[in-house]
Design a protein around this ligand. Sequence first.
Ligand code: KIV
Length: 308
Amino acid sequence: MTQPKESSIYGGAKPKLPKTPQLASEKPVPSKVTAPGILARKATGQKILALTAYDSPTARLVDEAGFDLILVGDSMANVVLGHATTLKISLDQIISATRAVKRAVDRPLVVADMPFGTYHISQEETLRNAFRLVREGGAQAVKIEGGQKRAHLVRALVDADIPVLGHIGLLPQSYNLRGGYRIQGRNLDGAEQLLEDGLALQDAGAFAVVLEGVPSQVATAITQRIDIPTIGIGAGDGCDGQILVFHDVVGLSVGPQPKFVRRYANLAEEIRKALDALAKDIQHGEFPSPEESYNYDGNLPEGWEDKE
Ligand code: KIV
């Protein structure tokens, strides 16, 4: 059956766009990254490249750039949804974002953050919520915040065949309890606590652990003393990998950035310029052009265009 001429301006089959050549690493990489594959990096010394993403176009770019792990982080609350903290994001919002990410990527391991309140009530509820992230969102692993006090949950999740990425140090979900975002492990007691936390997560079966807001010396020592990879954010260069928030890296975040953020682009400025140019073109009647418009087949009946 012949389709009407303009039926395919939106939608249709998922476009198979050519992938850009490998950018971030010169080495050939295995096709799919798995949780055991991330764990195995500890022995190889090949740095783990991790970034957040919350939507399909961003995730696709992160995949193309050769990143190993995409975190659908609860930082989406701050950088996408405009909340002041990560506490307000819901499980449904993370599931929806995880689906979008999964639709776009082939290679990286997709890890979904368990939001505040989804693993705090009981082990049973933690498992139920994690199953939703895997079954409905398509997550290949989940991340929960906390060390020793969450180790039993990590064990339960791993026993239920759900790989877990731990997260210790500065814990955004503990914002109220700790009275703000505080660097952890600045003294020996704090450093020892962090090491205990890392070991507890390792023993519970986590495949890797995020170290956030930890002095470099402490993060490096923990990296040397535990058997699972550490992925640092604000934890210096001694970790087994690094993770950052996508919007911070490309200059789309609003407000002052922590000192560990290195901005590789200023997309906000680029977008401002583009929107300013579009607004001017519309105001001056320069958009759309005839080439950007559709034509009626034939001629409109005489007088049809005239107002009464
Ligand atoms: O939600 C997030 O983006 C995170 C990273 C900061 C590790 O948890």
